[in-house]
Design a binder for this molecule. Structure first.
Ligand SMILES: Nc1ncnc2c1ncn2[C@@H]1O[C@H](COP(=O)(O)OP(=O)(O)OP(=O)(O)O)[C@@H](O)[C@H]1O
Ligand SMILES: [Mg+2]
Length: 503
């Protein structure tokens, strides 16, 4: 690391109607460092990076790049100054290929663009930085992790010297995360700058050189990673000390009964390959069954199949003995299945609609008796949920897309948890949430189980599964390869099984 200041943001203020997202924020980043930006949901991290990338304009304050004051009026200006961003929510065109997405928006891109040359260049970058992805694949065929690599390739292709990654690991498996960290270290070793936004303290400790903490839109301070600890960072972030406890169950599961029964399921993935093979499992009322596994082993498809979003090729799904129609989300909802999908903004919510409309989206039938939307009832319910789930939003009518990433997720969780389901399918429910919000969501999950809901918890976070589940199933290559009672679970053993190694 050299002592050259690459980025200097001073006294940045950014207000939105009803919120001060950035309140005199200062940030100083050296060339050749991975600089972590840490803060609770809604602390102002994305806003600050959006200012740096020219997406928003600050109300007050200055930005200097390489010692020179800059004024960005668009992301293009920022890009010309060498700044590229990988957003929390991807901005790829799903019907286009990887290579097409990489060049999309390039000033000299045209219909006559040399596709082959682009693919070659993409391949080179992908090799050099360890970002494995097929340049000719279409975006919709890729996993979330692969799509992220496309986003990174896109900014590298444009020659960015300063890369901002907004919660990049939220969508990655532990192995992919390790790979990404290697990529980031290669980038900074070339003198580039990486701004790494994350909630995961371990990761911040593992990959960054320095950390700047934001709280409530203000800078709390900047520390050297080597001189701090996860405990210190957590208390800087929330302004009090945080303890991670195992949530205590009030009511044990009713193992005599079965609420969700899945038998001999088979299904394809988006590319038409077998994603789930002869999966059978059952969940009792009040039971939390954890599905552990490295992402991409059929978990997403399993969740989609059970919630009626993906057809099955064989097998059956029943809730309280009644069968759920294959590929019919309405049928799944009617039978009492709630679902927190992996991809919240696209499958879970209507981003352009208000918070309250999103709450009402699923129960509009019950709410719209006589076909009149009962606005007041919706508003009251919404106000209650906003409070109960501590959703930071200027109001009930604010469009969901204007909320911070973590708060978008809380909207979805609140809606699904409050639908009084019999079965709750939760895919990585705490991903992207800050420590405080993680505690809330875990408590809500346990409360749901305590009240008799059968919970299927799908997570790549083994610690989360170990701390919440009553029973653990391990998925590998589309099959359930192991089953253990949580009380008897051996962490190392499960880890091996997740990697396909069975004793
Ligand atoms: N375009 C916008 N319009 C209105 N309010 C906004 C807009 N963008 C952000 N906000 C608000 O500004 C505050 C800071 O949001 P920001 O997205 O910067 O938080 P964050 O630290 O990135 O949070 P998270 O960890 O949840 O992603 C939030 O209260 C958010 O609702
Ligand atoms: Mg954010």
């Amino acid at each position: 690391m050299t002592s050259e200041i690459a980025v200097k943001m001073t006294g940045i203020v950014k207000k939105f109607p009803g919120v001060i997202a950035n309140d005199h924020v200062n940030l100083e980043i050296m060339a050749g460092e991975v600089h972590a930006l840490l803060g609770e949901n809604g602390a102002g991290k994305s806003t600050l990076s959006n200012i740096l990338t020219g997406l928003y304009r600050q109300d007050v304050g200055t930005v200097e790049i390489g010692g020179k004051k800059v004024e960005f009026n668009s992301p293009r200006d920022a890009l010309n100054a060498g700044i590229g961003m990988v957003h929390q929510h991807f901005r790829l065109v799903s019907t286009f290929t990887v290579a097409e997405n990489v060049v999309l928006g390039e000033s000299d891109s045209s219909l006559f663009m040399d596709q082959k040359a682009v693919a070659t260049r993409v391949q080179e970058l992908s090799d050099r930085y360890g970002l494995a992805v097929d340049p000719s694949a279409r975006i919709w065929q890729l996993s979330v992790g692969e799509q992220q690599r496309v986003e990174i390739l896109k900014v590298l292709y444009r020659g960015a010297r300063i890369l901002i990654l907004d919660e990049p690991t939220a969508v990655l498996t532990p192995i992919e995360t390790t790979e990404l960290f290697k990529t980031l270290r290669v980038m900074v070793s070339e003198g580039r700058v990486v701004i790494f936004i994350s909630h995961k303290l371990d990761e911040v400790m593992a990959v960054s050189d320095r950390v700047t903490v934001l709280r409530g839109g203000r800078t709390v301070g900047t520390v050297n990673t080597r001189e701090t600890s996860t405990t210190d960072l957590a208390s800087l972030m929330v302004g009090r000390s945080v303890e991670f406890n195992r949530v205590v169950r009030q009511t044990p599961a009713d193992r005599e009964r079965i609420v969700l029964d899945v038998s001999d399921l088979c299904a394809f993935d988006d590319r038409g390959r077998v994603a789930i093979e002869s999966v059978s499992l059952s969940v009792s009322p009040g039971e939390i069954v954890g599905i552990a596994g490295v992402a991409g082993n059929g978990q997403r498809e399993l969740a989609e199949v059970i919630s009626g979003m993906r057809p099955i090729t064989s097998g059956s799904i029943t809730v309280d003995g009644e069968s759920v129609q294959s590929g019919r989300a309405r049928s799944a909802i009617a039978k009492g299945i709630a679902h927190v999908p992996e991809d919240r903004l696209h499958t879970g919510l209507a981003a352009g609609h208000s918070v309250e409309d999103n709450f009402a989206l699923k129960n509009y039938r019950s709410m719209s008796r006589f076909r009149i939307l009962q606005r007041q009832q919706i508003r009251n319910q919404s106000t209650h949920l906003i409070e109960h789930y501590d959703i930071k939003t200027p109001g009930s009518e604010t469009p969901v897309r204007l909320l911070s990433g973590g708060n978008v997720q809380k909207v979805l969780l609140a809606r699904e948890f409050s639908a009084s389901p019999k079965v709750l399918i939760a895919a990585s429910p705490t991903r992207g949430l800050d420590v405080g919000a993680i505690e809330t969501v875990r408590e809500r999950l346990v409360q749901a189980a305590d009240s008799g809901v059968g919970v299927l918890l799908i997570s790549e976070d083994l610690d989360e599964i170990l701390s919440l589940a009553d029973r653990i199933l391990v998925m590998y290559e589309g099959r359930i390869v192991a089953e253990v009672e949580a009380a008897q679970a051996d962490r190392a053993r499960i880890g091996l099984t997740m990697g396909g190694i069975t004793a």
